[in-house]
Design a protein around this ligand. Structure first.
Ligand code: UDP
Length: 452
């Protein structure tokens, strides 16, 4: 008979909602579990329901029923949803940690998504360290930091991190966060809440790696104890040391896996343009038309993810007219796609997960950021890492088919960009591999928690 499982210590992880937040948090949890930690992931019910069968390495506990109380779509929009989550979630999380106090493995550390800063007070109540996990790049967080001080109406404690030429963040249209009052939009105020009380967090964690963001990590280390623990891409694609870690286990839409992979198998090496704008961004009909035209005009074939909510904006007859060279699907297994040898470039909105995935798989990028941190990530892709190019918008803020086509050609044929992409791929693997920088950080965090 198998003996009772023993652990080094117990960590509670508090995850936020949304594909781009859940993926890195659960992946980090799996990594901790593979190193002998007991890990409980607390999240809202829709997340825990979706994840329960996806990983047996960690325990999932619901702390808020968003399915009956209503999610973002319910009355009051995103703002009310966050308030409901905080009110019930903080109470239930407290209960959950309390329950563990009399168990063999009381909770020794609370890792929380930085979007849920109220979690830190709970950690303090239990006298355990709290670790804020940012699911964006270090550079994006550095770019928001001065705005936090503007909102507080206090002087910045140190000169801002310099990113010459970085345009100001475009703001998505999010009515549900309330009206604009004062200099900053509600979304910026919401984002800046991530900095609330942050100096009291024991660690500030990022799904990044030291070499990828060397300068900004140096700058940030003047403020906080920053630890990069990424890439959190499933282990099978990088170091292969975490058992059964093949995918994220979470998909907001059903992926067309078989259709995608069978289609990719028929294509030549490096010949496919993969296009996806992630879970939240959307192109307007005009921009969709330009994208469609660019793909139609290209001599290469393409795989285009057009979410169910975006399908109506596809140009008329586009799918029929391009069926010889293209495949349009509503969601795909992005990791498998990026890992496929047929894929030659990634036209991406540069969400942080997609960016880290492109780096980890060595796929060069045509960067088409839509808003917020995507702008910073696109800047890094082109100007700092040299693994892609960003098409220029015209005076009407449109990226024309011609311009997209120019960048696709440059990225697919550019020796230098491809060389850089391959170099970064090996650095990503090195970082998370045994004794790589991220692996060392994770081990150090574990040792500290175990010693408590
Ligand atoms: N993704 C996917 N299939 C798709 C499109 C996206 O699995 O068809 C995944 C992708 O691998 C990434 C996540 O969805 O992990 C999107 O996160 P990201 O931070 O790139 O963008 P967001 O959706 O947060 O804007």
């Amino acid at each position: 008979m198998e003996g009772k499982k023993t652990y080094k210590a117990h960590v509670m992880v508090l995850a936020y909602h949304g594909q781009g937040h859940i993926n890195p948090m659960v992946q980090f949890s799996k990594r901790l579990a593979s190193k002998g930690m007991k890990v409980t992931v607390s999240a809202m019910l829709s997340t825990t329901k979706a994840m329960k069968s996806a990983s047996s390495a960690v325990i999932f506990e619901s702390i808020y029923d968003d399915t009956t109380e209503g999610g973002v779509a319910a009355q009051g929009g995103f703002k009310a949803f966050l308030e409901r989550f905080e009110a019930s979630g903080s109470q239930n999380l407290t209960e959950l940690i309390k329950k563990q106090e009399i168990s063999e493995y009381p909770v020794k550390c609370l890792v929380y998504d930085a979007n849920l800063p109220w979690a830190l007070a709970i950690a303090k109540d239990f006298a355990i360290p709290g670790a804020a996990f940012f699911t964006q790049s270090c550079a994006a967080i550095a770019s928001y930091y001065p705005m936090h001080y503007e909102i507080l109406e206090k002087p910045l404690p140190l000169p801002a991190f310099s990113m010459p030429g970085l345009p100001p963040p475009k703001i998505p249209n999010l009515m549900s966060l309330g009206a604009v009052t004062g200099k900053h939009s509600p979304i910026i105020k919401q984002i800046c809440k991530q900095f609330d009380d942050i100096e009291n967090a024991e660690w500030i964690l990022f799904n990044s790696f030291d070499k990828l963001e060397e300068e900004v990590v140096k700058w940030m280390s003047n403020l906080w104890t920053v630890r990069n623990i990424g890439p959190t891409v499933p282990s099978v694609y990088l170091d292969n040391r975490v058992e059964n870690d093949y995918d994220y286990g979470f998909n907001m839409y059903k992926p067309s896996t078989e259709a995608c992979m069978q289609w990719l198998n028929t294509r030549e090496t490096g010949s496919v343009i993969y296009v996806s704008f992630g879970s939240a961004a959307s192109l307007n009909a005009d921009q969709m038309a330009e994208m469609g035209e660019a793909l139609k005009q290209s001599t290469k074939s393409f795989l285009w993810v057009v979410k169910p909510t975006e399908q109506s904006k596809l140009p008329a007859n586009f799918v029929e007219e391009t069926s010889e060279k293209g495949l349009v699907i509503t969601w795909c297994p992005q990791l498998e796609v990026l890992a496929h040898k047929a894929v030659g470039c990634f036209v991406s909105h540069c969400g942080w997960n997609s960016t880290v995935e492109a780096i980890s798989f060595g796929v060069p990028v045509v960067a088409m950021p839509q808003f917020l941190d995507q702008m910073t990530n696109a800047y890094l892709v082109e100007r700092v890492w040299g693994v892609g190019i960003q098409p220029k918008e015209n005076e009407q803020n449109k990226t024309t088919a011609e311009e997209i086509g120019r960048c696709i050609n440059e990225v697919m044929n550019g020796e230098e960009i491809r060389k850089k992409a391959i170099q970064w791929k090996s650095l990503a693997k090195e970082a998370i591999d045994e004794n790589g920088s991220s692996d060392i950080h994770i081990d150090e965090i574990i040792s500290r928690i175990v010693a408590l």
